[in-house]
Design a protein around this ligand. Structure first.
Ligand code: GLA
Length: 723
């Protein structure tokens, strides 16, 4: 085997020329290895634990499928690529041409170039391996160098195989107000598909993520687990096929449902990134890998602390005027809130936005409610020592709006006079149209240039596609709508990110309908769910944080009884749950009594003190709310390991409190820590050893009792290294 090393701007390029050989993509603990066979086929040889010494692997019989299986290569299983060539034929057989690898600091980049043996169809497999975080990103670029147009009816981002005795798949499903519920099942022979076909609010019912454990159901801290996430805000499809050889092949990417894509000669098709990590220390390690990676590479300002927000929605809904908002601002400032966010209802004049039936699309301040305009409110927020944020839903339009009257052609529609199907009384703007992209960009751009003090934008999206069809796309390219819509959205978000690097963006889509790594790359946080009941949130945040980090998980304290579930909870319990993410408030401060305001003030001050641990630390899942014993527990550990937080929740009645025995994780076993209960609402502590000094070893390996017996009771502890 001959290798040429070329030194170029500090990077090392390795060019391989002969066969059979290995292409080794690696991080500190993971290896993804491809084998180029003598027939010039690129086959997957290994994905899992790091293999430092690959001697002997080159000539071993291949276990897995091709690195990028295509239809027409003799294999009619699930395939990654189906192409109809310029002469109408459908067989594609890809062969190795060359590959490059370069390493710069933490990132190893690999490109494997493949070509169809008969047609001028080129496929590049791209990989980025992040050494410290043990994350590998994969995406594909298809180049049509054939003489005429080709069409693609399958175009996966990744095809990876696994070999084990059995496979357990966890996926994250839900609905509005109940996102990211976990279902774990043993895969049997056949195909399990996780997908959405609805467009726009794509993570409401299923999230494009999974955890696959090998050789038995996954545990939090042991066992082999692969976690994956597709960075795409459009329709997705993750297919897991267990075949007759007990292999599991995962093919993941954009859902090709109603999305045949035509590529003119000379055009390329780039897939979204599939993000993968492998852990042989259970599910929690896989989550930590993804959180660390996201904070560094896939979240806006992942190294900046997030402010505490008061959002007006559950406190005011559509019913407010400037005085009411200012009164809320007074209360927010008094409690220590840092950003006041004005939610829905501030715009529309001919069709005022007084409910969800009208005004969407008309982004001018409602003169009746706010005659002095936004600056009056923005200035008042500043006077109160806070920043101002605002809600928009720029992808949407109510039929009752000036925008719908003026630009009916901008609306996604079935055409031929078919009835428009409404969802939340609204329709969708056609982001496949560059003019509409400009409009959507301008809605936010105009707000931010006219009111440069706006520091935060909540970007909502409250419907799916349904009326599939575009007056902009040509007859032939109607099937591009799902994909071009999503690309159009990404394009707008990228433009805004570039122009407004310091404005905070929240991704919301009826709650957690847009929680994915593509959206996250261009935003700072997401609204995890419209369900703000802290009991429900224990489950929602538990599922969400399997992939997406707490720093980005907006969690708000709202009124009791809860507006969604009518469940009553103490203010302490609500704070203890919301503090596990990016804490915010969503109520009318006037609705709190004096004692509650006092508690809220203290809790907010406390969160300011502990937020670096929550937002920059590692999250460990200790006791699952799904377990029968009615407890949940997590702990956070700061990167230095000198500080940690333990949060324990009881959500059922317990007669035998002895069962709540918690073993922490991630501490330094050699350190001595002081354990202090914080955010208390009574003098009595839930531990008998408050303020005592305890070794990391004891906290982790022996464990501690936490005396929680009642339902919806909680305790939070700060664990600090003693000097
Ligand atoms: C969606 C969001 C809520 C709120 C309303 C406003 O439901 O998820 O947080 O902003 O819209 O209409």
């Amino acid at each position: 085997m001959k290798k040429i090393f070329i030194l170029f701007l500090g990077c090392v390029f390795i060019q391989n020329h002969l066969f059979a050989q290995l292409i080794h993509i690696s991080t500190q603990e993971n290896s993804l290895i491809f084998q180029v066979t003598k027939q010039k086929k690129v086959m997957q040889s290994h994905y899992g634990k790091l293999i430092k010494n690959t001697q002997g692997l080159e000539d071993m019989a291949v276990v897995f499928n091709e690195a990028y299986p295509s239809f027409g290569n003799g294999n009619n299983d699930e395939v990654a690529l189906i192409a109809t060539h310029d002469d109408g034929t459908m067989a594609t057989d890809l062969f190795y041409k060359s590959h490059q690898q370069e390493k710069e600091d933490n990132i190893q980049k690999t490109v494997i170039h493949l070509k169809d043996d008969k047609k001028e169809l080129y496929v590049d497999l791209h990989f980025k391996a992040y050494a410290h975080e043990n994350v590998i990103e994969q995406w594909i670029v298809v180049h049509n160098k054939e003489k005429k147009e080709i069409s693609l009816s399958q175009f996966a981002s990744s095809a990876i195989g696994f070999k084990a005795t059995d496979y357990y798949l966890s996926h994250f499903y839900g609905s509005h107000s109940k996102e990211m519920m976990i279902s774990e099942e043993r895969l049997t022979n056949g195909i399990k598909i996780i997908e959405t076909k609805r467009g726009v609010r794509t993570t409401e019912y299923e999230n494009p993520t999974f955890m696959l454990s090998l050789n038995g159901a996954a545990k939090e801290s042991h066992g082999e687990v692969i976690a994956g996430a597709l960075a795409w805000s459009g329709n997705f499809r993750l297919a897991f096929q267990v075949d007759d050889k007990a292999r599991c092949q995962m093919i993941s990417g954009i859902n090709s449902f109603a999305s045949t894509y035509h590529l003119a000669s000379g055009e390329n098709f780039e897939t979204p990134r599939m993000i993968l990590t492998y852990s042989d220390e259970g599910k929690n390690k896989a989550s930590i890998n993804l959180h660390r990676w996201a904070k560094k590479y896939n979240l806006r300002a992942g190294n900046e602390l997030r402010p505490i927000v008061l959002n007006s929605w559950e406190g005011a809904y559509f019913k407010f005027d400037a005085d009411k908002l200012k009164n809320m601002m007074d209360g927010a400032a008094e409690m220590g809130v840092e950003v006041f966010v004005l939610d829905d209802g501030w715009f529309g004049n001919k069709y005022p936005r007084n409910n969800a039936k009208a005004g969407l699309g008309d982004w001018q301040v409602n003169q009746k409610k706010l005659p002095k305009g936004l600056d009056d409110l923005i200035d008042y927020t500043a006077y109160k020592g806070m920043r101002f944020g605002i809600w928009v839903e720029p992808e949407m339009v109510n039929p009752k709006s000036e925008l719908a009257e003026k630009h009916p052609d901008w609306i996604v529609q079935r055409q031929n006079d078919r009835k428009m199907l409404l969802e939340r009384n609204q329709l969708l703007l056609d982001l496949s149209n560059p003019k509409v992209q400009d409009f959507v960009f301008n809605v936010v751009d105009r707000l931010l240039t006219t009111h440069p003090k706006i520091a935060y934008v909540k970007w909502d999206a409250n419907r799916h596609v349904q009326n599939f069809g575009s007056t902009y796309l040509s007859e032939k390219k109607q099937s591009h709508l799902f994909i071009n819509y999503t690309r159009g959205l990404e394009n707008v978000l990228k433009r805004l990110e570039k122009k407004y690097p310091s404005t905070i963006f929240q991704a919301c889509a009826s709650g957690g309908g847009r929680v994915d790594f593509s959206s996250m790359k261009h935003t700072h946080e997401f609204w995890a769910s419209d369900d703000t009941d802290p009991y429900e949130r224990l489950f929602i945040q538990w599922g969400t944080n399997h992939f997406y980090p707490p720093i980005a998980t907006a969690a708000h304290v709202t009124k009791s009884p809860n507006h969604q579930t009518h469940r009553e909870t103490s203010l302490k319990f609500r704070f203890d749950v919301a503090m596990a993410g990016r804490l915010g408030i969503e109520l009318r401060p006037d609705d709190l009594d004096e004692k509650e305001v006092k508690f809220a003030k203290k809790a907010i001050a406390l969160y300011k003190d502990i937020r670096p641990i929550v937002q920059f630390g590692d999250l460990y899942r200790l006791l699952s709310p799904y377990d029968e014993d009615g407890y949940a527990a997590i702990n956070y550990v700061a990167p230095s390991k000198k500080e940690a937080l333990l949060m324990v929740y009881s959500h059922e009645h317990h007669r035998r409190y002895e069962r709540n025995f918690v073993k922490m994780q991630g501490l330094d076993p050699s350190l001595i820590y002081e354990v202090e209960e914080i955010n208390t609402d009574s003098k009595k502590s839930h531990i008998s050893f408050n303020h005592q000094l305890i070794s990391g070893e004891i906290l982790m390996n022996r464990g501690i009792w936490v005396d929680l017996r009642r339902p919806l009771e909680s305790a939070v502890f700060k664990i600090s290294e003693t000097k």
